[in-house]
Design a protein around this ligand. Structure first.
Ligand code: SF4
Length: 947
């Protein structure tokens, strides 16, 4: 509608939903609590970005102009990704800001590590202590003893550049307990590790994920999926639970966990066999000729022969076979194949965690799902799936930092050359195996003791003398990991910090700006604030200013070459301020932003402070089809399969086409495009330049059997289960919780605070007539936990499930009180037991709501009882567990956990034995394929294996 009824910004929602942006500096609302009295409040509305999941939706903080207090958060209608909408966790940011149990001051350990004794310290003392240790480690060339381990990054590369400036290979992430498997599957195809489905324009949406309640880019994707559904799109969902996503499906399949790839291959085979696929797209864009040359040298290299070879390769993947593996009706699979075939290029699909994260070989789930897109030609099409790099925008920073001249074998061990991210969850095992130590270890919004599998091994690591010199927890809230820190440094929640980010929510590129809203509101009123601590509650800081200050203290005179990366460009020798840092980026690295800002009489920084987001481009289209300009094509060389290289000294094109490049090859040439039907096109950042049905990388790094999309039988495949064992899915998300920090949001806790065991009535009956509420013991390979049953038909028989959000605990009285049970943690050599002393209860505080806490149960911590199960290729922890389910035994109490870490070491050794190490299998004496994505990539020399 063009009559102004609808908001004239990205949201396009009815005007009444949002205050008009012209009045954001002085917005008036009537106080609802004062009714029937008319009490007006004047607000400054300041945009920022939600930090409660990876979606980075826009928020609008309502700051009372009289009290300077944040009253609420609503959606930011100017944000192109979220378009003014949020899930429950967005507005609940207010709870986190006002949480009475948050950590307002820096704390230092007073007793033994883990003893729970703390003293308040000043920032200066903490900074000097930590900086001096880091400086000493760098000067003494112990760079690999410094590690920064991030849970929720919420930003695009800031801290990686800090590590780069320090010259250390010290970045560690949570990705291998989250998305490495799915990423690997996509990366083997596209050279880009995330999909960007254009759900809104799809005719068929295929989800092996739970996007309508919790998936990756949950709210931005969910609203677009619902739009498509309203327009008639069909939704296919694979989920062993009748989840909120499954309830919205037109076709819901609950397959045997781990059988997904078998089904997808059967559909793929059917599409080719029946001729219902995009033959021209496959001929042009798959590296089928390389496949034939490598795997079928008996056949002449024609496309017709490839079609024949494809059907031979997947001959065994009939619907009957897939139905048998999945234990579902064969007709259901046939129907779904017909629906998929009918989508044409309007076929969007997504797998992120879910089955990919659950299984040995889970990376083949995303790979075989994308195979369907690749067959239909639904790649970079309207309603299809884009590579994420085309649908996000990463601006250049003010200072580019160098590639570290180190390789950290603890995070990137030789055994996992194809691991898609750091082997983060193996840290306790790898430190022990390599007899390595960390002098300074930062955990940042990361709670591995609770979030990771095998948390007791983490506690052992923290308690072992000499293994971790100094543990610094950068966190806004108490966590199970923070209890084992030496310093706890209070970092800001989403509305208390700066970050920029951009995510693939649809076919566009946008840049979001997270900002400390109280600081911005006060600056609007004319105050000058240069340190976010001056505006945040207590002494809560933000990491960006913290890292600048820390870096100056590590290198006060600049002689280590670090300080220069944290200096002002305008005033060399002075400390960089964040206004300059972000102002520089917005002025120089974001096309269109300076003009758009100028049109409103604003600087680019002022524009971003006012609106919080900017759409850089939309309708990106098929970048792989763009011809490479002649100017880039002098002195080219063309490979046997059409990859086009140019001189390495020729500069890469400016950021006009955000296409990651696999970089120069070993001969010093840079791939620039690929020949397709006689034209040189931009292509894909893979070794071949095409979509790689055949991965020469997998073939040459020791995994030739998986060089094409395949079905790998999971570690919880029925053949691998012992008699009586069931499959436990421990990783489903709830819509109203994230990991650690949402426990500090009272509205969310009231909505969801328990994680009972989903069990089908058939299984409940088989197990002795189990009823909802009965105590159940779940035994894993390394221990057991005790929880309550929830008997429901909403789960596949033979499988049980338990949400991973709950079961927060604290070993003493200090800490989180509304969602963490108080426990007794005991240890005898490798045997650990945890018993619940008390649940939660009402308590007095400045917030009257804490006296209204009506729940006592906060769920059970299951991850402690999982051994580490690293996939030998992707490196992903394979979350699903083979378990024994039985009634609780005498003496078992709710929430009890028992673990033997000796057994967890055996599990680690068994899974590690499946790997094929770089030292044995690398085709070129390097640690990892050079073209593979790697956060904080070291210099090329560091890729060489030690001689
Ligand atoms: S989906 Fe919800 S939690 Fe995630 S960023 Fe958006 S509002 Fe926040």
């Amino acid at each position: 509608m063009s009559d102004g009824t609808f908001y004239q910004g990205p949201s396009g929602i009815h005007l009444a939903s949002f205050p008009p942006k012209e009045r954001w500096n002085d917005w008036v609302e009537i106080e609802s609590k004062a009714w029937p009295r008319r009490e007006e409040h004047r607000y400054s509305l300041v945009p920022t970005t939600c930090f409660n999941c990876e979606s980075a939706c826009g928020l609008l903080a309502y700051i009372d102009k009289d009290t300077g207090e944040i009253r609420k958060f609503e959606g930011n209608p100017e944000h192109p990704g979220s378009r003014g909408r949020n899930c429950a966790k967005g507005p609940a940011t207010l709870n986190q800001v006002k949480d009475v149990d948050r950590i307002p001051f820096p704390l230092k350990r007073a007793g033994e590590r883990g003893e729970g004794k703390w003293v308040q310290v000043g920032w200066d003392e903490a900074l000097d202590d930590i900086a001096s240790r880091i400086r000493r480690a760098i000067v003494e060339e112990r760079e690999n003893e410094i590690m920064y381990h991030v849970g929720r990054p919420g930003e695009d590369g800031y801290t990686e550049r800090v590590m780069g400036a320090w010259g250390i290979d010290g970045h560690n992430s949570h990705t291998n307990i989250c998305s490495s498997a799915a990423r690997a599957g996509y990366a083997f195809w596209m050279g880009i590790d995330r999909p960007s489905p254009d759900h809104a324009n799809a005719d068929v949406i295929f989800l092996i994920s739970s996007h309508l309640e919790a998936g990756h880019y949950f709210n931005p994707h969910a609203q677009r999926i619902i739009e498509a559904k309203a327009a008639g799109a069909k939704i296919i969902v694979f989920d062993i639970r009748l989840s909120n996503t499954a309830t919205h499906a037109d076709y819901w399949v609950a397959p045997q966990p781990g059988s997904e790839a078998a089904i997808l291959l059967a559909i793929a085979r059917n599409l080719v066999e029946s001729g219902r696929y995009n033959r021209e797209f496959v001929r042009r864009w798959w590296n089928w000729d390389e496949y034939l040359a490598s795997e079928r040298p008996d056949l002449p290299r024609t496309f017709e022969n490839f079609e024949k070879a494809f059907l031979e390769l997947y001959a065994s993947f009939t619907f009957e076979y897939a139905a048998q593996e999945a234990n579902v009706a064969v007709d259901q699979l046939r129907t779904i194949a017909d629906v998929v075939a009918g989508a044409g290029t309007r076929f969007s699909s997504h797998n992120w965690r879910s089955a990919a994260a659950g299984h040995l070989g889970g990376w083949q789930v995303s790979r075989t799902l994308f195979l369907l897109n690749a067959l239909l030609g639904a790649v970079a099409t309207e309603g299809g799936v884009y590579p994420n790099a085309w649908n996000k925008f990463v601006p250049k920073p003010i200072h580019a930092t160098p590639h570290p001249k180190h390789w950290n074998n603890v995070t990137w061990p030789e055994q996992y050359p194809l691991a898609y991210h750091e082997m983060s969850f193996l840290l306790p095992h790898l430190l022990r195996e390599q007899n390595a130590k960390l002098d300074v270890y930062f955990t940042r919004v990361y709670n591995p003791v609770w979030t990771n599998p095998d948390g007791m091994s983490w506690i052992e690591m923290f308690k072992e003398a000499g293994r971790i010199g100094l543990h610094v927890a950068l966190t806004p809230t108490w966590s199970e990991t923070a209890y084992f820190a030496d310093y706890i440094l209070p970092m800001g929640h989403g509305p208390e910090r700066h970050d920029i980010h951009s995510y693939e929510t649809h076919d566009a590129q946008w840049l979001g700006f997270r900002q400390p809203v109280l600081r911005t509101a006060r600056e609007r009123e004319g105050e000058k604030i240069t340190d976010t601590r001056d505006a945040n509650p207590g002494q809560v800081w933000e990491e960006n200013e913290f890292w600048i200050e820390m870096s100056w203290r590590i290198d006060p005179d600049g002689k280590l070459g670090i300080r220069k990366y944290f200096e002002s460009k305008k005033n060399p020798g002075e400390k960089l301020k964040l206004d300059e840092y972000y102002g520089f980026i917005f002025e120089n690295s974001v096309p269109g932003l300076p003009d758009r800002a100028a049109a409103e009489g604003l600087t680019p920084l002022a524009f971003m402070r006012k609106y919080g987001a900017f759409e850089v481009a939309s309708n990106i289209g098929a970048l792989h089809e763009i011809p490479v300009p002649q100017s880039e094509l002098d002195d080219v060389a063309v490979s046997e399969y059409g990859r086009v290289y140019t001189r390495a000294d020729k500069p890469a094109p400016e950021n006009i086409v955000p296409l990651p490049s696999p970089d120069d090859d070993a001969d010093g040439r840079r791939p620039v495009g690929v020949q397709v039907d006689g034209q040189i096109l931009r292509g894909w950042p893979t070794p071949s330049g095409k979509l790689e049905f055949y991965s020469s990388t997998l073939a040459t790094w020791g995994w030739r059997e998986y060089a094409t999309p395949q079905y790998i039988k999971s570690h919880v495949h029925p053949e691998n289960l012992k008699p009586g064992q069931m499959v436990l899915n421990p990783i489903f998300r709830l819509p109203t919780q994230v990991h650690t920090r949402s426990a500090n949001a009272k509205w969310l806790d009231e909505l969801a605070h328990v994680n009972p065991l989903w069990i089908h009535p058939v299984d409940a009956e088989r197990l002795g007539g189990m009823r909802t509420g009965d105590l159940v013991r779940i035994t894993t390979e390394i221990g057991y936990f005790v929880l309550k049953a929830w008997v429901t038909e909403g789960i596949r028989p033979g499988v049980v499930a338990c949400s991973h959000h709950m079961g927060r605990w604290k070993p003493g009285e200090i800490g989180q009180r509304q969602m963490a049970a108080t426990v007794d943690l005991k240890n005898d050599k490798s045997r650990w037991s945890m018993r619940r002393k008390s649940g939660v209860a009402p308590f007095k505080s400045d917030d009257p709501d804490t006296q209204r806490i009506w729940w006592t149960d906060v769920g059970v911590h299951q991850n402690l009882t999982f051994g580490v199960q690293p996939d030998p290729i992707s490196g992903m922890h394979c979350w699903h567990q083979a378990v024994t389910v039985e009634r609780a035994q005498p003496g078992d109490t709710y929430g009890s956990v028992f673990v033997d870490t000796e057994k967890s070491r055996e599990v680690f050794a068994r899974w590690q034995a499946m790997t094929r190490s770089a030292s044995r299998y690398s085709p070129n004496a390097t640690r990892r394929p050079w073209w593979f994505l790697r956060p904080l990539r070291p210099s090329r020399d560091e890729y060489k294996l030690p001689v």
